[in-house]
Every structure is written in structure tokens, then in C-alpha cells.
Design a protein around this ligand. Sequence first.
Ligand SMILES: C[S@@+](CC[C@H](N)C(=O)[O-])C[C@H]1O[C@@H](n2cnc3c(N)ncnc32)[C@H](O)[C@@H]1O
Length: 276
Amino acid sequence: MLNGSLERKGGFVINDYIDANRRSWGLVAEDHYNAFKARLSQSASLLNPVQHQELGDIRGKSLVHLQCNTGADTISLARMGATVTGVDLVPENIAYARRLAADFGISDARFIEANVLEVADRHDEVYDIVYTTEGVLCWLPDLALWARNVRALLKDDGFLYLLDSHPVYMLWDEEKLPELEVKYPYFVKQPDQDAWIGGYASEAKQGTNFSWMYKMGELITVLSQAGLHIEWFHEFDWLFFRCSAYHQIEEAPGRWVFPKHKGKLPFTFSLKATVR
Ligand SMILES: C[S@@+](CC[C@H](N)C(=O)[O-])C[C@H]1O[C@@H](n2cnc3c(N)ncnc32)[C@H](O)[C@@H]1O
């Protein structure tokens, strides 16, 4: 069993946080389905060009997409030639992901409702690639458990591809950007509670949710302890979404920069980790 610590801290906390997040993400599922359906009709792939280049040729590979939301990137990955399985916590997301795949004629995409902190206990298949990107780690209260699940989902010659916000971006008060004022301390262990969810592919909706700061040292350590070897680790001065309507510019598809901070601060990172 990998799922040893889900009930720790008094037997209540983590599962209650996860339940709240499940409910809140469900509130924006329909809007996400509609928004991503429109985007996928315009473009074969919603993946950032950097991701295409970093992932390389995935034709014929089996790929599991963790935290797949309503499946838009999963469909993009299927269109790139992988055999895809999407995993998400939220039943509404899974239902809409199946619908989105059907809308675009991707008949062999599979979608599984599961918490990524316990998915390997419920699903015993292994894959060439674990793919997880763009707004994933902050929703996870236990990175060590996540890393063990990632390892358990990989074939011995498989790899993890991860791209997410850099913790340096996670520090700042979002209302004040591009001015830099620390609102979310790097070393805090308690979750941040927010009353609003969504906003990047839907209107933001009222729904209590919890997120966690993650630390680079912790991420590297948990991957290593789970038996994964980091082949490379990249940092970028752009963010993969528009978080500030007035202060960012899209310098290239899917690359949003604050001109004031260009070349000075990391906003996104990516890594590839193989099984040792
Ligand atoms: C910002 S979205 C990620 C979007 C993703 N980049 C995509 O492909 O559309 C975060 C996702 O994480 C999911 N999530 C949050 N906590 C989770 C957990 N413990 N297990 C599985 N999925 C989770 C949410 O339901 C949501 O779909």
C-alpha cells in the first residue's frame, strides 16, 4: 500500500481538504469543457511548443496524464500519437473528459476518477510516460506520496514529464503583481484556503479550496527517494497562463511574461525523471 499517510494528522485533515477540492473543481467542470472544446476545435494541440520539444516523439507510447481536468491536454497527447489514460479527482471532470474525447473522435482515450495520492493502489497498470503539467503540484498535500504513486505507474524504462509554476512565482501577492510582495511564504506548511476556484478557462466561481506551497528541495528529494533520477531540470522566465490581464504579454504561444521581470525571475519549471 502506498496510501499510508492519507489519514494522518488526527485522522481528518488531508481527506477533508481533498473532498473540498473535489467539490470546488466540480463547479467549473462544465465551463472548462466548453472552453477547451472551443480551443481544441481551433488547434490540434493545446500543449505549449516548449512541451512538444521537451517531450519529444511520443508516438506509440502509453501515457498516463495525472490531474487531467476535462481532458483537453490528454486529447492533444492522443493526437500526438500516444495511447492515453487521464486521471483526475473530480467525477464531473472525468465525465466531461469522456465527452470531449468522443466529440473529437478519440475513441481509445481512457479516463479514470482517482486521487493521484492513491491512484497506484487502485490501478495496477504501468506506462511509458507519466505526464502532469500546468497547475498540478499545489493541489497535493503530500509530495512524497505523489512521487511514490508516479514511480508505481511507470515501467522500469519509463519517465515522468512535469511542467508547473515555479515556486518563486507562487510567493507573490497576485493582486499586486508585477510588484513583488510576498504573500505566500516559501516555508509555510499549512494550506492556503481560498474561496474562489477556476478563472483561467472559466469565470472564477465561489468554492472553498485548499492549496499548498511546494519547495524545490522537497520535490527533488521526494523524486529521488521514490527511485527516480532527474535527467534535466529547466527554468523559464514565462508563465504558461495569463494571471494578470494588464501586466503580462504573450511573447510566444503559451508564454506569458511580465516585461518588468523578463530574464530576471523564474515563473515556470519543467523536468524529466527516469526510473533509476
Ligand atoms: C489546474 S488543473 C490542471 C489542469 C491541467 N493542466 C489540464 O490538463 O487541464 C488542476 C487539476 O487537478 C485536479 N486535482 C486536484 N487535486 C487532485 C488530486 N488529489 N488527485 C487528482 N486530481 C486532482 C483538479 O480536479 C483539476 O482538474
